[in-house]
Ligand binder design. Sequence first.
Ligand code: CU
Length: 158
Amino acid sequence: MRQPKAAISIVVFFALAAVMMAVVSVKMSPLDRNDSAFVVQEPYLRSSMPTSTTAAAFMDLRNQTGTDDRLIAARSSLSGRIELHSHSEDANGVMRMGQIEGGVPLADGASHAFARGGDHLMFMGLEAPLVQGQLVPVTLVFEQAGEVEITIPVDLER
Ligand SMILES: [Cu+2]
């Protein structure tokens, strides 16, 4: 009975390979195809309530293109528009968020953190509630590199 055993080990191998590829694609994102690119680490998208029509995306974005660049816009079919937002404290100690004027500069070799309480990609006018684990294609628009496609997973538990 050699045959079934071999078949099972092949199935196990492919299952393991699939799991490993899934982990890599979530952690490192598809941008990481080569050394001269933008690298997106730990991207996630969340909304504060299930009924929210807005959501915020966070990630670590690194420029490894060899050219100084600037993130000027982002787009997704999921929402009417995406704005680049920052958080800041006003004179009365109230946190406010607003658009980042002129985009986010990213010198070659530099990285920029989009993180809770700080800069984020603000999805406005969501057409449907986000679903945990949903993979959202997003287009980042850079001044020099042009359009770069990334995938951001929804994580409502972060
Ligand atoms: Cu915002």
